[in-house]
Write a protein that binds this ligand. Structure first.
Ligand code: BJW
Length: 238
């Protein structure tokens, strides 16, 4: 594993950071989990039982992500600017499967719950770029098998790059959680890891998250306001 000893700022993002770009959150009023049942679309068992149903859910979200109106907002842009100002010092860990951090220019980025614009072969494990629908059952470009699934992490599956994330948390001085409700583990436990490492912990969210009491500082409001403000303070304070 590559070590990144100077990553002193770890930033965890969730669906709330992309809300003002036009993408649904999961647990807000009218969010995705009020439209569909988790056990129908976001577990390996659901995919085994009814792959077409699961593919359609992700196909619709992929089409939504690729709509022209959906683009990075001021919060994504501010985090990319922070990375440019502090090269090598910032790691963004996103739970989001959208590509808005990527499009904003975030280079040091972990997609711990996968990426909507990639597919994974259930036979050969190849991960391939994918912008088109996955239904009905296309062939894997690597091995030719019909078994492509969305490259996302469902409940009961292991999130990606956990070793890298825990190493960064163990060495960080500042942990910032943005736009996540703190309902889903292991991401919801990162604030505890950061605190154990002696880091200052900050929450930027629309409302207090499940783990709100674990943060040293909190600012509540829309991410397009709170994140650029926080980044400006951070840069000014150096
Ligand atoms: C704004 C805003 C604005 C709105 N500005 N803010 C007990 C202990 C530990 C683990 C478990 C446990 N019981 C069960 C588990 C396991 C399970 C789990 O956590 N279940 C919980 C329901 C309890 N976790 C797993 O299965 C994970 N795997 C795992 O644990 O493997 C073993 C392991 C353990 C330890 C170490 C390593 C491995 C896998 C979880 C996979 C999650 N997958 C999903 C769907 C797939 C991707 C997709 O379809 O997009 O990922 S679920 C869904 O929730 C999605 C999200 O990434 C994730 C988090 O949601 P997020 O981002 O927090 O969104 P919301 O909607 O909840 O919150 C939005 C927030 O934004 C709100 O607070 C708003 O206020 C705010 N907001 N507008 C700022 N404008």
């Amino acid at each position: 594993m590559t070590m990144h000893p100077s990553e002193r700022i770890v930033i965890l993002t969730g669906a709330g950071i992309s809300k003002e770009s036009g993408l649904d959150t999961f647990r807000c009023a009218g969010g995705l989990w009020s439209q569909v049942r988790i056990e129908d679309v976001a577990t390996p068992e659901a995919f085994a039982r009814d792959p077409g149903r699961v593919q359609s859910f992700y196909d619709a979200r992929r089409r939504g992500l690729l709509e022209q109106a959906v683009r990075p907002n001021a919060a994504h842009e501010a985090l990319a600017e922070l990375e440019r100002r502090l090269p090598g010092e910032v790691l963004v860990v996103t739970q989001n499967i959208d590509d808005l951090h990527d499009r904003a220019g975030q280079g040091n980025l972990v997609h711990m719950h996968g990426e909507l614009l990639k597919a994974r072969c259930t036979r050969c494990e190849a991960v391939v770029p994918r912008r088109d629908d996955l239904a009905p059952d296309p062939r894997c470009p690597a091995c030719g098998a019909q078994g492509l699934r969305p490259h996302v992490v469902w409940f009961g599956e292991m999130p990606l790059e956990m070793e890298r994330i825990y190493a960064a948390l163990a060495g960080c001085e500042l942990f910032v959680s943005i736009g996540t409700s703190g309902n889903v583990y292991p991401a919801a436990g990162f604030v505890r890891e950061a605190r154990a490492a002696g880091a200052r912990t900050v929450e930027l969210n629309l409302e207090p998250s499940e783990g709100a009491s674990l943060f040293d500082e909190a600012v509540y409001g829309p991410a397009t306001r709170t994140v650029p403000d926080f980044v400006a303070r951070l840069i000014a304070g150096r």
